[in-house]
Design a protein around this ligand. Sequence first.
Ligand SMILES: C[S@@+](CC[C@H](N)C(=O)[O-])C[C@H]1O[C@@H](n2cnc3c(N)ncnc32)[C@H](O)[C@@H]1O
Length: 279
Amino acid sequence: MSMFDRITPTAGAGGTRRLARPGGVARWNVIRGVGSLSATLWVLLTPGIWADELAVAPPPRPLYEYRQQHDPYGIGKFYMGREIARVMSYRGAGWLDRPERVREEEPEKLLTALELKDGLVVADVGAGSGYHTLRIAPRVAPRGKVLACDIQQEMLNLIAAKARKNQLTNIELIRGTPSDPRLPPDAVDLILMVDVYHEFEFPYEMMEKLVAALKVGGRIVFVEFRLEDDRVPILRVHKMSERQILQEMSLFPQLEHERTIGTLPWQHIVIFRKRSTPP
Ligand SMILES: C[S@@+](CC[C@H](N)C(=O)[O-])C[C@H]1O[C@@H](n2cnc3c(N)ncnc32)[C@H](O)[C@@H]1O
């Protein structure tokens, strides 16, 4: 069986909605409520303390769990109850560029939802063969650019070749590591991850650095195959529920869930915005 177990196409679920972050504010209230007296005094007595530093939620300990029995397409490593998927190899790059992808994913609808404009700095994290990078670059030109980031040099080479062929000069390639996208801090307006986040071997560490790379007011966008929909013909570990995404992002109070868009045939678009000060 291939990585993506195709069965039947599905109808799209339209609309936009906004959900409360599960455990987000409630978690903070509990943490605030049980904070030790010494910590409270330290906060009260320390002048000029940064709100951002105080508001970072403690991650689960241990961060990751390892199980012997697991999905054959996963790596046996679990994060907040979810098994992390195997990274898609550059040998599968042809699948990313398949012509039927236009019908299955309707990339134009995604581009509309991203509200792109000249001047934006967009990071396409897990850019793969550049399917979205190549579409975004002309829409943010001439003043904006795309930082195409991937851990596989072979994928970046494919993007470089396509950029040359299409005479696109506003694409920068960044070779990240499994725990660090190597993006500059406070430099990015929009971080896009299409079918990527569920493959991160170190999701917590990656998110810490992605949040740091985002400008205040910037957006981070997850596009993931809908786990909630059995008709989406994709292997389980390569799908994510909206609830799971919200739960994992509740560890990052700098991020506010702005909305979830359900207009794509198989994927949801889950959008967060970086706050100026956490709640
Ligand atoms: C399924 S492909 C999706 C590619 C592209 N976003 C698209 O929609 O065509 C996932 C990509 O994420 C990359 N990836 C996995 N973990 C990564 C990480 N920690 N940082 C950057 N890229 C990563 C893989 O190398 C692979 O190219």
